[in-house]
Design a binder for this molecule. Structure first.
Ligand SMILES: CC(=O)N[C@H]1[C@@H](OP(=O)(O)OP(=O)(O)OC[C@H]2O[C@@H](n3ccc(=O)[nH]c3=O)[C@H](O)[C@@H]2O)O[C@H](CO)[C@@H](O)[C@@H]1O[C@H](C)C(=O)N[C@@H](C)C(=O)N[C@H](CCC(=O)O)C(=O)O
Length: 503
């Protein structure tokens, strides 16, 4: 991610003061805080992060070699002798990245009304809806989600759903420089767990709902929930909007020590969903708020988005926006790419490309698909990501039983055997009435599903949504080792091919 022009520099002693550690023997200005030696520029402060695969302390010499003028370290004994640069010793470099990153970015969050959005499903859509409800030409609201960073018509690609803290605060500075007075930030549980959102005070935190996920990182559902619950502590947010349609959300609302606006279908909700429906034209809810009722619409497709829409509406109103203005704004907010994305062509099945990658989200996406073509059949193209969350695969297979036809395929094996991944998905489908076929080449699977489906059917392609890199090589996504592959593009080509074949 290209970095903006360098700031004039901040005294290293100011960084020490922000981190409450002794000042350096030698003071000097530092420009940016960087945690990757491959991205250091002259004048940077290099944070020596100890990770699962590398230790920044062992990379300090390389960082100094390309211009780092000072180091943040929590294992100074691991640093090579004679580096000749001041070292700020901290208890934890990871814990320092937020406060120091904010300072060196100019504390942009102090000039923004920040809203954080977390939850198991719907974070990106809810964040996009909320930013759309808050955004005004004269008072921009920035948006930072899995899809990338955006403010007004400016966009920036990002690598993580929630970037590392120094990158996050630089992106907030980038938004302020382009007129943002607010920012909606999608908060992944992993980011919360490792401290990427530290030093990011929010006016409001939104919880979209809960389903076990990322257990390969968090270990237990309790730990996963606790990582999200951190966002609702008084030192992290002033208020909360919580969807309470399931027990974990209710528990969060009960335990949060900040004012909570409860959203959901229950009679105890402050913003109660009386009715909800979704179809090809979008999603609509009827909300009961006190004595009043509000009918709210969005072009976003998917029954799962009824509570996301209600939460976004409640959050914008909680932040002081006029309810009628919020309702009007939401009517024009379209889904982020790859979330309930519809592709259609004359005489061809309807194709839906969605990000669903948990059993609950898949079940919801299948309900939506069936609702979109009530008289048709549902053809599901399903895979599971390699090298993570293996425990989810049988549950995904079980959720897939609601489809009429299931095409099991590769979704990026990341060093695993694609056939073994598919075999785990197939366990959930044992005894199912659905027709089940395995086609490991994803392009072939999507093309075959589109080719075989009837004109009144739906083809639902899940798991990757907007993503454009498909990787079978081990390790984190690396553009140099991944194939460029966008589900929507492949589905569109399949529809075009079907039209050409029909003459
Ligand atoms: C589990 C996790 O969060 N891992 C992140 C973490 O990796 P790590 O701690 O293992 O770091 P490492 O690779 O050992 O490197 C340690 C340090 O050495 C540095 N380094 C490394 C190599 C080098 O040549 N020079 C160098 O300086 C690295 O920049 C890093 O600071 O720090 C790395 C550098 O910032 C991240 O790239 C990496 O994200 C990986 C790619 C990842 O896949 N993260 C996923 C799990 C993630 O965070 N996902 C959530 C969304 C989940 C969801 O909702 O779907 C997200 O917010 O994106």
């Amino acid at each position: 991610m290209p970095r903006p022009s360098l700031s004039p520099g901040t005294p290293l002693s100011a960084v020490a003061a922000r981190l409450s550690v002794p000042p350096p023997a030698v003071d000097l200005p530092v420009t940016d805080l960087v945690t990757d030696s491959r991205r250091v520029r002259p004048g940077d402060l290099f944070g020596c992060v100890r990770g699962a695969r590398a230790d920044g302390h062992r990379l300090a010499a390389a960082a100094v070699g390309v211009g780092a003028v000072a180091l943040l370290a929590d294992r100074p004994e691991r640093l090579p002798a004679g580096l000749g640069v001041p070292v700020l010793e901290v208890p934890s470099v990871r814990a320092a990245l937020g406060p120091a990153g904010a300072l060196l970015a100019g504390d942009p969050a102090d000039r923004l009304r920040v809203v954080t959005v977390t939850g198991s499903n719907g974070k990106t859509t809810t964040s996009t809806l909320l930013a759309g409800a808050l955004d005004r030409p004269a008072a921009r609201c920035g948006l930072l989600t899995t899809v990338g960073a955006r403010v007004g018509r400016h966009t920036r690609a990002t690598e993580l759903t929630t970037p590392e803290a120094p990158d996050l605060h630089r992106l907030l500075r980038w938004m302020v420089q382009r007129g943002a007075v607010g920012a909606v930030v999608e908060a992944s549980s992993i980011a919360l767990d490792v401290g990427r959102l530290d030093a990011l005070p929010a006016q409001l935190a939104v919880f979209t709902g809960f389903e076990a996920d990322h257990l390969d990182h968090h270990g237990t559902v309790e730990q996963y929930w606790a990582s999200k619950a951190r966002l609702f502590a008084p030192d992290r947010t002033r208020a909360a909007v919580v969807v309470v349609d399931e027990p974990w959300g209710r528990r969060l609302a009960d335990q949060a020590r900040v004012p909570v606006t409860r959203v959901g279908h229950g009679a105890d909700c402050d913003v109660r969903v009386l009715e909800g429906s979704s179809g090809a034209a979008g999603t609509e809810v009827l909300l009961q708020v006190g004595g009043g009722r509000h009918r709210v619409r969005t072009p976003v497709v998917g029954r799962a988005h009824t509570t996301n829409l209600a939460a976004a509406w409640a959050a914008a109103v909680r932040l002081g926006r006029d309810p009628a203005a919020v309702t009007a704004a939401l009517a024009a907010v379209h889904a982020p790419p790859g979330r309930g994305e519809l592709l259609s062509a004359p005489g061809a099945p309807l194709v839906v490309v969605d990000y669903a990658h948990t059993p609950g989200a898949l079940a919801e996406a299948l309900v939506t698909a069936a609702q979109l073509r009530p008289a048709g059949r549902v053809h599901l193209v399903l895979g599971a990501r390699g090298a993570r969350d293996r425990w989810k695969r049988q549950g995904l297979g079980a959720a897939a039983r609601a489809a009429d036809e299931v095409w099991l395929t590769n979704e990026g094996s990341h060093g695993e055997d694609p056939a073994a991944i598919v075999a785990e998905l197939a366990v959930g489908l044992i005894g199912s009435a659905a027709g089940v076929r395995t086609v490991l080449d994803r392009r072939t699977a999507i093309t075959a599903a589109v080719g075989e489906a009837g004109p009144g059917d739906v083809v639902l392609v899940v798991g990757r949504g907007h993503e454009t890199l498909l990787q079978d090589a081990p390790g984190a996504v690396d553009p140099a080792r991944a194939e460029r592959f966008a589900d929507a593009e492949v589905a569109r080509a399949a529809l075009d091919g079907r039209r050409r074949a029909a003459g």
